[in-house]
Design a protein around this ligand. Sequence first.
Ligand SMILES: Nc1ncnc2c1ncn2[C@@H]1O[C@H](COP(=O)(O)OP(=O)(O)O)[C@@H](O)[C@H]1O
Ligand SMILES: [Mg+2]
Length: 280
Amino acid sequence: MKDVMTASQPSMSSVPTQARKRPLVVMEQVSKMFSSGTVALSGMSLTVESGEFISLLGPSGCGKSTALRIIAGLGDVSSGRIDWPSSRINSKGLPEGDISFVFQEPTLMPWKNVLDNVYLPLRLRGVSKAAAREEIMAVLATVGLQDFAEAYPRELSGGMKMRVSIARALVTKPKLLLMDEPFAALDEITRQKLNDDVLRLWKETGITVIFVTHSVFESAYLSNRIVVMKARPGRVHGDIPLVTSLERDAHYRTSEEYRQACETVSRSLIGAINAAKEDR
Ligand SMILES: Nc1ncnc2c1ncn2[C@@H]1O[C@H](COP(=O)(O)OP(=O)(O)O)[C@@H](O)[C@H]1O
Ligand SMILES: [Mg+2]
């Protein structure tokens, strides 16, 4: 494919020098060993530019969640470092301007309605519900749930619960949205709809997204850059910029460009799996 290149990471070559801004987050030679002795990451380096939509792709157990959690400050590194070159850092070592996390499970409070579930991050910041209401309703509208503010999680489908979870992640207007296989448990049609929702939100808000998936098709549909991870221990195997002039929509799913992107990504993933086998 002409405009899909496989480059060794970090991939900065496509960014013109004059347009190059300071990256949002840099993982530098990050290693993580759990107390069990499992080495989940070894020497993982990744530079994320503001506004990118990156998919982190790799086989199960390769360290995708570990990498995401470390970026979110939910786990510490054993060695290496995480830098936020364009952000002011708070006392917890995290950037101001906020990071939001969407997990595979929507993790809603069953005893609270949709509005109160989405309110949670603002409540934790001491914002009153009255002051938050407008913001909550606006974010519910962006995920198509404005009519479900009073509904309880048990009344919602799997896809709607995930939309609530995304609304809760967006209500604080984060700079960085981390999504850990958010749609893996959903049926294909719902997943495709939510893929389109996330793409629309990304375009509308200019947010930076790091999206973990083990689906080649999902990563090639969503991202403008795919980072393929190698397993045991996890690190970057391939860094694939995906540039297309086509709108990512139903038409794109059946286009030759998409097919070729899937093939390129798939080949890199197979390479990552084989390389990990050879290391053993
Ligand atoms: N809290 C933990 N304690 C010990 N081992 C862990 C822990 N979390 C993950 N691991 C191990 O680290 C490796 C990477 O896990 P993970 O990051 O969850 O992979 P992925 O998200 O790519 O499936 C796996 O071998 C997993 O069993
Ligand atoms: Mg995982």
